[in-house]
Design a binder for this molecule. Structure first.
Ligand SMILES: [Zn+2]
Length: 218
């Protein structure tokens, strides 16, 4: 840990509300550089990456300013050196002053590690208060892969409940009808339609197997 810093846990983190996130992005239009815009920002902001990638969170308070530091495990090469990120919050004015990644060459305009850290802090702020203390000064889940995590079971992979979206069956029905009319049967999405030939492929897909058999020891 760095001088003057303490281990971060669920009781001492600064609060980062949705409004503060909105203000930060509005005040830093460059933050989402061309590379990051749209899909990439969404991906790094999603909880399945951030919650597994963030580790060794430490913080220091100086009057109304709180400096939070962490390491962010690379998304793909999990054994490579983690990126270091720093986030500064003015707690009195409820403003995110800056979010920086120190190891990305193009981090000036914001990078996915900075976004992941910002959104991680926001998600922790939204969590209901808990009586037990959860320390965030620890190795990230992603960086455990290949060292302390040797195998990943289907049960672990399916642990997070998939988000439920409101069903909109009409659109899919129309799409399938149109495909039938045009005799299209090579489209990827049709493989998930039971009445289409090739249904067996769906049954044996890795995704279906994990979801259907996550409670078994496999
Ligand atoms: Zn970065």
């Amino acid at each position: 840990m760095e001088g003057g810093f303490v281990k971060a846990d669920n009781t001492n983190l600064p609060r980062v509300s949705a409004l503060m996130i909105g203000k930060f992005f509005a005040a830093n239009p460059d933050f989402c550089s061309a590379e990051l815009r749209n899909v990439k920002t969404l991906i790094s902001g999603r909880e399945s990456y951030g919650d597994d990638a963030i580790g060794y969170v430490q913080l220091r308070r100086e009057q109304s300013t709180c400096i939070v530091k962490c390491t962010v495990c690379p998304e793909h090469r999990v054994r490579c050196k983690a990126y270091a990120a720093t986030l500064v919050v003015n707690e009195e004015e409820e403003v995110v002053t800056s979010v920086k990644c120190h190891d990305c060459p193009a981090s000036e305009g914001g990078c996915k590690h900075a976004v992941a850290f910002l959104m991680w802090l926001h998600r922790r702020s939204e969590e209901p208060p808990c009586t037990s203390i959860e320390c965030y000064w620890r190795k990230s889940n992603l960086s455990k892969v290949g060292t302390s995590i040797k195998i990943l079971t289907a049960r672990d992979m399916a642990k997070r409940k998939p988000k439920e979206f409101e069903e909109e069956p009409q659109l899919m029905i129309e799409f399938v009808e149109e495909c039938k009319k045009r005799k299209i049967n090579t489209c990827q999405i049709l493989k998930h339609e039971t009445e289409y030939p090739g249904g067996l492929g769906t049954v044996l897909s890795m995704h279906s197997l994990i979801i259907n058999h996550c409670d078994e020891n496999c």
